[in-house]
Write a protein that binds this ligand. Structure first.
Ligand SMILES: [Zn+2]
Length: 114
């Protein structure tokens, strides 16, 4: 690109950007001025397409079932407990933890003391 083309390109870019902003402002204004109308049409759409909307929801759930479940599992497992050996461990990893060196060492020491 020579200098002229670069300038033209920049001008075009700016015009596009301005158009985009103006368009956004216009549709925002339209939505504000016609809130009832917009709400009404959205409500109507949902009503007339209830099956479609539900179907979409189901589709989304089915598609993301694994990740969604995984996420909630992750969240639940973030429950921490304090082990008798002094470690803070994840509740769901208690069994795994009891096999660790630290915990076994603590158990051994406990046995020696008493
Ligand atoms: Zn422990």
């Amino acid at each position: 690109m020579d200098k002229f083309e670069i300038v033209r390109y920049e001008v075009l870019k700016e015009m596009k950007e301005r158009h985009r902003i103006k368009h956004n402002e216009q549709s925002k204004k339209y939505r504000e001025n016609n809130r009832d109308k917009v709400n009404e049409s959205q409500r109507k759409y949902r009503e007339n397409n209830r099956d479609k909307v539900n179907e979409k929801k189901r589709e989304y759930y089915n598609k993301n079932k694994d990740t969604l479940n995984e996420k909630s599992k992750d969240y639940k497992s973030r429950e921490y407990i304090k082990c008798e050996c002094g470690s803070t461990i994840r509740k769901d990893q208690k069994t795994r933890h009891t096999k660790t060196k630290k915990h076994l060492l603590y158990n051994q020491m406990e046995k020696k003391t008493f």
